[in-house]
Design a protein around this ligand. Structure first.
Ligand code: GSH
Length: 369
């Protein structure tokens, strides 16, 4: 009975989110509410949780950007690379025992929430900001934040901009960003607050936004700081200097995984798999020392995490070695960070706010107990 009620509730959310274009920043996604209804009814008829569905399907359908530099980028050979892509692999390894059992689905910002609502993707890992309306109106459930980001602007030094420019300096500019994002709302708010008038143009994807910046059609582009750093690293033409400002972002953009509202068991998997990687870093469990750690240690939390003590994995509907498999995909949170977006990569992001809480940052997992 509770499942029927949950399904009806999810349907109502899906229908309202798809049917209106003005109630939230994210409701302009493609797809129709009838698609959502068909999928919901199928899931309800099976009486399965998404965990059962994914196990019997044998693959995880994971929504990503596909063009977010170092986060999820489609490669020439058809593979998907990056920090977000690796998290999809980590979840597949935890559930299915194979990091390769991921079907990556590239989604634009405007498409992403409908894809979760209709069940086209099981998990969304697409530089998506946790906001109240996405949680309580659009019908998403967010996992812990994987990357604490913030919105910034990027302009040309030759236009007089510098790293110390402010929003108050962009009056009269054509500012471009992607549709269906927090970004388009934030820049409008920030310009109004700074008392400057801007011409805001939105496009379906950030490739188009960046190309319009390169051609000069846009004076400034704006989005999550990490995406601007990536675009500058990859696309800044020789002889130009693109500058990112203001130094303190204009918004908070906590990015992380999300699932459809209403399947708590499935949400638990998304949440605790990420917490496993975070806890592994905190406790010094790495891909390199896993064999030693998984043989049993004198730290009871490591033993619970790696399944040599207790039955935390079984409580999730998984097995004792789920976290071990998740950590072995690309290492703990810090290892996944460094290999994809850290200082030695093209994007070269510092840990900053994304340091462990024990190191002055915000990365903090609840205990494994
Ligand atoms: N974090 C923001 C923005 C996410 C987003 O989709 N950003 C656009 C740029 S505005 C994008 O496509 N980024 C990936 C890329 O660089 O292509 C949100 O959740 O709304």
């Amino acid at each position: 009975m509770w499942r029927l009620l949950a399904t009806l509730f999810a349907l109502a959310l899906a229908a309202s989110a798809c049917g209106s274009s003005d109630s939230s920043d994210d409701s302009s996604a493609s797809g129709s509410s009838s698609d959502a209804e068909e999928t919901e009814v199928t899931l309800a008829a099976n009486g399965e949780s998404l965990l059962d569905t994914v196990k019997s399907r044998g693959t995880l359908n994971c929504g990503v950007s596909g063009s977010a530099v170092a986060f999820s980028e489609l490669q020439a050979d058809g593979s998907m690379a990056g920090f977000d892509a690796d998290y999809c692999r980590v979840v597949a390894a935890a559930i299915l025992g194979d990091a390769n059992k991921v079907n990556f689905v590239s989604l634009t910002a405007a498409e992403r929430f409908t894809a979760v609502q209709t069940g086209d993707v099981d998990l969304l890992m697409r530089n998506t900001t946790w906001t109240q309306s996405r949680d309580s109106e659009v019908g998403m459930d967010f996992g812990p934040t994987t990357y604490y980001d913030g919105q910034q602007l990027m302009g040309r030094e030759s236009d007089g901009f510098s790293g110390s420019s402010q929003v108050s300096d962009v009056g009269g500019s054509v500012i471009c960003t992607s549709a269906g994002t927090t970004t388009e709302k934030n820049i409008a708010d920030a310009a109004a607050e700074a008392g400057v008038s801007i011409e805001l143009q939105t496009f379906e994807d950030f490739d188009t936004v960046t190309n319009n910046f390169i051609s000069g059609a846009c004076d400034i582009i704006t989005t999550d700081g990490s995406a601007l750093v990536g675009r500058k690293a990859k696309q800044q033409p020789d002889g130009e200097n693109w500058v990112i400002f203001p130094a303190t972002p204009i918004s908070k953009e906590p990015l992380g995984p999300l699932v459809r509202h209403g399947d708590n068991d499935w949400g638990d998997i998304a949440r605790w798999t990420l917490n496993a990687l975070i806890t592994a870093e905190e406790l010094g469990v790495t891909s390199a020392n896993m064999a030693e750690m998984a043989a049993g240690t004198n730290n009871p939390e490591i033993n619970r995490l790696l399944g040599t003590e207790g039955n935390l994995g079984e409580m999730l509907g998984l097995d004792a070695e789920w976290a071990k498999r998740a950590i072995m995909v690309g290492g703990n949170y810090g290892e996944v960070f460094e290999s994809n977006i850290g200082s030695a990569t093209i994007i070269g992001l510092a840990r900053g706010l994304n340091s462990q809480w024990t190191n002055g940052g915000l990365i903090y997992s609840p205990p494994f107990r």
